[in-house]
Design a protein around this ligand. Structure first.
Ligand code: COA
Ligand code: AMP
Length: 625
């Protein structure tokens, strides 16, 4: 616990941000100490530690080896889907990383070059990310559940020198062949990488394309370790694509310096973890949670991280999480509410919890979607430890609002991610930009500058960064979430106010799904809305209007398959209905919000701007739950 309480700490971060973050920056090992903390000469673009220089991989690995942690576990790979467990010490992880950095360098990867990583939850994913950081190269990890078209879009935007992938991923019910998806993506993409490095997995090996594909294990066996390349604090560490409101994903940029400072601060002050302790984020390296809290956060701190290739249920049972916690001595677990709901459904009494010794577990952190009060109550009662909801986004890289367990454990209000974290000056605004009263719903915004670790811009697209986040309320970053702040200063995040939906903790764009549906020759018009789902929180639902003379026969199945092929299995579109027309405003805007309300069983008033109310009334019976 720190000497001062939350309120004092938070106030100091807002009143004196440069003092606050220059103190926090002392936890980082710099090759050149920053003399300036914040460059605010070009608003609304801000850069933290503009003259600092460091290497993120050195901070995550070398300094712990040099500082006496060489033989401490750095990474525990626990894979129930392959019945494998393997521990890498800091020394071993550094050695593998430095040698893989040698592989990448030999393939022409240097400072600033991009490397796309399309890998399942295997240690090579962590090693590849850290190897890029070592070279000052920029990684872009693509989640394995995305289809070739999504991978191709990201390859064309990031223009990687090398792609790192694997022969397969392993889902409980099937082998996911990555290699054919990579081949298809590279056929589609305009940009062609110089080489692909492929991890051959025993469960399913693949054919390598001569002259393009190389075998990870052969390369690394012949590679020499390379030293780290210092980079500017403001140089990019990674690009992570996330869903926007259109089909074109946004390339969120993360820099090196602010990222290291913020994550180190968060590990101690939010998660209350110390070097040498075991931290487990049960997420995927393809998501921001995986970047920040499977890979970088714990390793920067000198903690041990767990890489879990399995599911909350079915690998083999709903006790899987509790087994991992007890077996590896996990002090803090981070997962998504959807995982808890899946566990609860199969084990409502928590019988599996009692099979394991969980006395080492201090706290359960939740994010990815709102922790609903019902799931909160179940987990808190069954586990008997604080269950802490915290709210953040790919864009922010670390929690905007949380209960800072390493500062002061504040009373928990179910349904609230508690309070803003240092540096996040959170405001709830009305449409006209005025401030909402306590308890009044509005758009959740953050006054600029955002703190270190948050996105400085979008990859190669400053204009889109401004348009998407900064124009709506000048001087503020628009989070895209709606909610309110109560009389005690607690934030309540109630859901997106744009066309982004959250499916099993995965962020998807309804606009992107609509773009795919619209490509079908029978579809004249379509709308996709997010509807409530007991386990996944939300799932997409499609409504399509047919072209004249087009047939509805078999169409729904075709559309479901189309979305799965184009976006990926994670899109989870299972229901598409054919309707005569879509309800619209007189200016032609589809009334998605009204349809969403009806699908959630609400008594939605007919909007005064509606063009033809009979259209809405005609689809009501289809939409009602
Ligand atoms: N690679 C390839 N395919 C993947 C994948 C991956 N990495 N992850 C998921 N998929 C596939 C699944 O196999 C499934 O395919 P199917 O339609 O053929 O069954 C589909 O994508 C949907 O997956 P998912 O949404 O995970 O649903 P599920 O029914 O398989 O599992 C849960 C439900 C709740 C167990 C699961 O969603 C889960 O563990 N969620 C937690 C998510 C999380 O941690 N998010 C990070 C935020 S912190
Ligand atoms: P992603 O960028 O994929 O991490 O998704 C971020 C979005 O998920 C946020 O904008 C929210 O809509 C939602 N989200 C994440 N965590 C929470 C939370 N704790 N409470 C409410 N919504 C959340």
């Amino acid at each position: 616990m720190s000497d001062i309480g939350y309120r004092e700490l938070f106030n100091s971060s807002i009143e004196n941000p440069t003092g606050f973050w220059s103190d926090a920056a002392r936890a980082v090992t710099w090759t050149r100490e920053p003399q300036r903390v914040l460059d605010d000469t070009n608003p609304p673009f801000y850069r933290w530690f503009p003259d600092g220089q460091l290497n993120t991989c050195v901070n995550a690995l070398d300094r712990h080896v040099a500082g006496g942690r060489a033989d401490q576990p750095a990474l525990i790979y626990d894979s129930p889907v392959t019945s494998t467990k393997r521990t890498y010490t800091f020394h071993e992880l550094l050695d593998e990383t430095a040698r893989f950095a040698g592989v990448l360098r030999a393939l022409g990867v240097g400072k600033g070059d991009r490397v796309v990583i399309y890998l399942p939850m295997v240690p090579e994913a962590v090693i590849a990310m850290l190897a890029c950081a070592r070279l000052g190269a920029v990684h872009s990890v693509v989640f394995g559940g995305f289809a070739p078209h999504e991978l191709a879009t990201r390859i064309d935007d990031a223009r990687p020198t090398v792609v790192v992938s694997a022969s397969c991923g392993i889902e409980p019910s099937r082998i996911v062949e990555y290699k054919p998806m990579l081949d298809a993506a590279l056929d589609m993409a305009q940009h062609k990488p110089a080489a692909c490095v492929i991890v051959q997995r025993d469960r399913h090996r693949c054919e390598l394309v001569p002259g393009r594909d190389l075998d990870w294990h052969e390369l690394i066996g012949n590679s020499e370790p390379v030293e780290a390349v210092p980079v500017a604090a403001t140089d990019p560490l990674y690009i992570l694509y996330t869903s926007g409101t259109t089909g074109k994903p946004k390339g969120i940029v993360r820099d090196n310096g602010g990222h290291a400072v913020a994550l180190l601060w968060s590990m101690r002050h939010i998660y209350d973890v110390a070097p040498g302790e075991v931290f487990w984020a049960a997420s995927d390296v393809g998501w921001v949670v995986g970047h920040s809290y499977i890979v970088y956060g714990p390793l920067l701190l000198g903690a041990t991280t767990v890489l879990y290739e399995g599911k909350p249920v079915g690998t083999p049972d709903p006790g899987a999480f509790w087994r991992v916690v007890s077996e590896h001595g996990v002090k803090a677990l981070f997962s998504a509410p959807t995982a808890l709901r899946a566990i609860r459904k199969e084990d409502p009494e928590g019988t599996h919890i009692h099979r394991y010794d969980l006395t080492g577990l201090r706290c359960l952190f939740q994010a990815g979607e709102r922790l609903d009060p019902d799931t909160y109550a179940w987990a808190a009662e069954k586990l008997g430890v604080p269950v802490v909801d915290h709210w953040w986004q790919t864009e922010t890289g670390w929690a905007v609002a949380a209960n800072p367990m390493g500062v002061e454990a504040l009373p928990i209000k179910p349904g609230s991610p508690t309070v803003p974290m240092p540096g996040y000056d959170v405001h709830v605004l009305r449409i006209d930009g005025s401030e909402c009263q306590p308890g009044e719903d509005g758009a959740i915004c953050i006054a600029l500058p955002l703190p270190p670790g948050t996105l400085p811009t979008l990859w190669g697209d400053d204009a889109r960064y401004e348009a998407a986040y900064l124009c709506e309320h000048p001087g503020y970053y628009l989070t895209g979430d709606g909610g309110y702040i109560d009389e005690d200063g607690y934030l309540f995040v109630m859901g997106r106010i744009d066309d982004v939906i959250n499916v099993a903790g995965h962020r998807l764009s309804t606009g992107a799904i609509e773009e795919v549906l619209a490509t079908h020759p029978a579809v004249a018009e379509c709308a996709v809305i997010g509807v409530a789902d007991e386990i996944k929180g939300q799932v997409p639902r499609g409504l399509v209007v047919l072209k004249a003379r087009a047939s509805a026969e078999g169409l729904a199945d075709e559309l479901v398959k189309l979305v799965r092929d184009e976006i990926g299995a994670v899109a989870c579109l299972k229901q598409v209905d054919v309707v005569a027309a879509l309800p619209k405003t007189r200016s032609g805007k589809i009334l998605r919000k009204t349809m969403r309300g009806i699908a959630h069983g609400k008594d939605e008033p007919t909007p005064s701007t509606i063009e033809d109310a009979t259209v809405l009334h005609a689809i009501e019976p289809i939409l009602r739950p």
